[in-house]
Design a protein around this ligand. Sequence first.
Ligand code: HEC
Ligand code: HEC
Length: 454
Amino acid sequence: MAVAGVFTATVSSYAETAISYAKKRNSESVKRGYRVLTEKAVLSSDFNQEVFDNVWQCWPEALRVKAEAASAEQRREMAFARYGLTPRPEAPEKPLQYVVDAEGNWTMNCFSCHGGSVYGKPVAGAPNNRFALQTLTEEIRKTKFRLGKPLSRMDVGSLVIPLGTTNGTTNAVVFGMGLMSQRDEDLNIIAAAPKKFVHHDMDAPAWWNFHKKPNIYIDGFAQKGHRGLMQFMMIPENGRDFFINHEDDFRDVYAYISSLRPPQYPGKIDAIMAEQGRVVFEQTCAECHGTYGSTPTYPNRRIPINEIGTDPVRLTALEVEGRKKYARSWFAHANEDEEQTTVVDPDGYVAPALDGIWASAPYFHNGSVPTLWHLLNPSKRPNVWRPASEEFDDEKVGLTTKVEQKVPFTELDAAIRRSYFDTSRFGKSNSGHDYPAELTETQRRAVLEYLKTL
Ligand code: HEC
Ligand code: HEC
């Protein structure tokens, strides 16, 4: 069942709790960090307002007819919905995911992947599970051709590197590898022969657990530091000096990301069942995922790939050589006085902290499992599914999904085709993590209730 009326009524309150929580720890640095992300373009611009305002003209006919009859405001909402963009929580006239300057130039920012909507409410730091980067880029390119505008870095780059084949996931790790292959360890640009990469899509992790982690990424290979956060800026236009000159900005971004905490579950929770769930969780799950409540623990445990059994592509796509180069590079030396701890040959994935887990569907690093109920019932996970609406499924705790037989490959609207998640495709398996299988039905229900409290 989808959202109950009660749920919608209370849903705005968690955005407010998250904001007031952030305010409490709002040092000047945290505030500056958010401003850097939303107001300071650190890449070359992707497109301008005129191009964005005209993008609807290349939509499939039915949608185009609707857009033509709509007001400018409604058209903008349609475009936001199509591409997975949201208004900025504190400045709804601007998008959260792009910096828009006074001249109307749009430049992608970190929130394009790390700021989405939690069931209809924009939340900075929540994974953007609707971002349609591939479709947006293709349609912007078409629009530029039509208007006779020059192409940008992304328009051309996307002809070489796939951006993301399923909405809400991106080939982001490979963007980083591709760009780094064109730099030396001090970030000087070098003329290296193009390398071949193993393309694969990932679901961005929520930022609100960053403060708990000593190392980041699903394999936990990289030590946390402000320099590592700057990898996103490695376009050829940004030379080594650009990085050095922006270190202070990214110290602030680091402070901002560290200040985030998850939104609280806005619906009803059965306290007795949740308490039973806590007991089961602490017996079966806590050794990897830690404990919660007043004295939380986070074990930061890496589980060998053969044991965890989730999709292995991400682990092997990043080669030991690449990790070694990262370990030697400027990015990995943010804190010179500390011994660095880049793990160059991780053997599996690190169990993530589960705070706010209800709000960050879909699940696993590749986003292959739509709800927590499916995560807890490994044999019932759907092979092909798509989000049926933006509404929260409060019974299964996650996306309201439609299970499908197969992807309609003849569907001409790429935006629709890419809304299907097909677990038979490379890098998209939903297998593994069979730990919940040993629980009884009652125990699983109790754990599901408990997970809402985190
Ligand atoms: C195109 C999408 C995309 C953009 C843009 C992006 N990221 Fe990410 N980010 C990802 C993905 C996917 C991962 C997961 C990578 C992994 O685990 O291997 C990630 C991981 C991270 C993590 C590690 C989180 C954790 O808990 O392990 C941090 C921190 C992070 N990104 C910061 C940033 C910052 C800062 C920016 C902007 C300067 C940025 N990202 C831009 C997609 C993106
Ligand atoms: C032996 C270690 C281990 C145990 C035991 C374990 N997990 Fe996990 N869990 C992991 C790892 C590793 C991942 C990351 C897998 C991936 O993304 O590929 C994970 C992922 C998850 C996720 C998805 C997180 C996300 O952000 O997408 C949830 C939810 C979860 N586990 C819940 C549980 C519950 C509930 C239990 C107990 C019934 C449990 N886990 C037991 C290691 C474990």
